[in-house]
Design a binder for this molecule. Sequence first.
Ligand code: ADP
Ligand code: MG
Length: 725
Amino acid sequence: MEKMEGCGPSECRFDSYRGHMNLSTPIEEISRIGPVYQKRLKKLGIKTVGDLLFHFPHRYEDFSDIIPISQATPERIICIQGKIAEIKNFRTFRRRMYITEAKVIDESGGIRVTWFNQPYLINTLKKGDFVFLAGKMVSKNGKKYLSSPSYEKIPAQFVESLANGEKYDSVHTGRIIPVYPETEGMSSRWLRFIIKPLLTKIKNEIPETLPEEIRKEQDLLPIKEAIWQIHFPDTLEKAELSKKRFVFEELFDLSLAILREKIKLANEKATLIPINLELIKKFINKLPFKLTLDQKKSAWQILKDLEKTRPMNRLLDGDVGSGKTVVATMAVLNAVKAGFQTAFMAPTEILAKQHLKTINGLLKGFKVKIGLITGKENFLGGKKVKRKEIVDKTKSGEVDLLIGTHALVQEKVEFKKLGLVIIDEQHRFGIEQRAKLCRKQDFLPHLLSMSATPIPRTLALTIYGDLDLSLIKEMPKGRKKIITKIVPPEKRQEAYNFIRSEVKSGRQIFVICPRIEPTRPDLVNEVGSHSWADVKAVKEEYKKLSENIFPDLNVGMLHGKMKTEEKEKALISFRERKTDILVSTSVIEVGIDFPNATIMMIEGADKFGLAQLHQFRGRVGRGEHQSYCFLFSEFRYNPRLKAMALCQDGFELAEKDLRLRGPGDLTGQRQWGFPDFVMASLKDITLVEKTREAAKEILGKDPELKKYPLLRQRIEEFREKIHLE
Ligand code: ADP
Ligand code: MG
């Protein structure tokens, strides 16, 4: 049997595993993982040996420097190696706590060691045992001792070689040790105890997944070395290098997946829709305002795409109110007048109706037949109709533009000649939806996705790299700035007074809270973040505002745990001005127009990312009245809040957010399942570009990845993970 480092002989049961172990061996077959731990691991999505080995530490503790006991100085983390001269348990005089006290000696001297409430330790650590200890030296009431150190027993058979100056390969002490993200019921100590012998056993069987030429070109560690060094690094530099390798690999896979998708799409067939310049000019001349330069550029890029025989895959990205709908409507008009139908999909019924209203207004006089299909109501040409009528007339080609919710793809809607699909706020699913919409025709419609989340270009290239981009950065002229203020606690009353006066003059208010329910104090420690202890909750705040602060006003509530109908009711009541103040979590969709709402008040503002704060702010300032955004926070000097108060430009804030917090909030795609350190690395622009270049290089040589079956398999899995299709 090979040497099993890190576990005492009594703990070591690996020899009971007889089968051949590899990365896909299920954790049930590892004898030292019992049913309780199997369950805990599965909760984290860890099902195989591979999953376990790719569960990386998030930081390290450097216990590598072993010093003679005589050199131990107080207030420092130290690591020593010695023999237990005595060990005993006793209780404190109030009998509340067990204390285990030991004396440990080496050639240079002795030290007292204490542990609290771990009486069972004396069953493991016995007089005469050799141990590594790592922890903090404290000095209290003139007594010096090592307080609750990590310990590691040195098996008897190694003691002699230690005496000869050889190094014992320890797991928990005497080296740089990995610390894994805290998870309920699974300590770093336990994970080390499991992972180390597994790694030892199979590290030579872990196949290299990066193409060798890329790995060499980028000077990255081979996988066998990196996986060892990321768990049990020889030096912190080695740990860094390993991390670098895995980050590169994740981003490289992502780039590959997206580039392959792009190549695939480029080979699809669409029909050409010629630009009708006369018509477009007529449309522009009828607008009550002048288009911004960015609107013109975007419209031109879109119209040019329609003229191609390969399908457009374009993302139109611009802040709320930047005028995307106008631009999209030009494409609709152009397609319809060339004899093609258009489908326009919105995420909710209320947004679908809003688009109907806006587009109806913009296309007045152009004789475009517009329908609306939702789960509940259907309209055609301004009249309420039965679903069957709209379905029939879409099939016969009589409906030019069909706006709708998911009902568009879910029901048996069939188009006669669908030339253009527009999808609002669901860009990651656009390509999939388009495929559903045109099942029955032999060419693909062009696809325009719209997003009101400003995304920095570099990031967009990575996560939406299969789409072409049109950005509207410039806001229409004459927009009033939303006055943004950070409100410290002592100014709260003043803010409430101001709110009351705004309501008295007919305006409406949003109050955003970071959570739904009040915090359960018993959960605070578990989450480990004390700053969440007094974070405002919607239900509490609703009660406080409606009963104590504004008993005379109409206060409404909206949060994610409400039923869809309740939510819509709350929104409609607010839109119809029956509610003065709407207390909500972050659920209010982007893009809904409430021109009469003038104050956006955000509780616990420091709990949100910049991009999100900016989205909230965008929900006011959509009408003629001066609007305000109040950021409530106990932390006055939060740099994010400062940035919010100073800057109104969504793209600029998104760049800042990317630098400050990484891309999590920007993409709203936490569910992508990347490890945090990969998400964080998306802000490293040079690295992102390097991975794209590397992906291009490989695809240029081998578009089908025939030479790289492992890589190909990874990409396929990846595609599923991020819903590319
Ligand atoms: P988005 O869809 O990007 O949120 P919309 O297209 O709905 O923005 O436009 C928001 C509002 O601004 C609408 O009332 C629209 O008529 C108006 N608008 C659009 N473009 C301009 C412009 N160039 N100048 C002035 N107002 C504009
Ligand atoms: Mg809009």
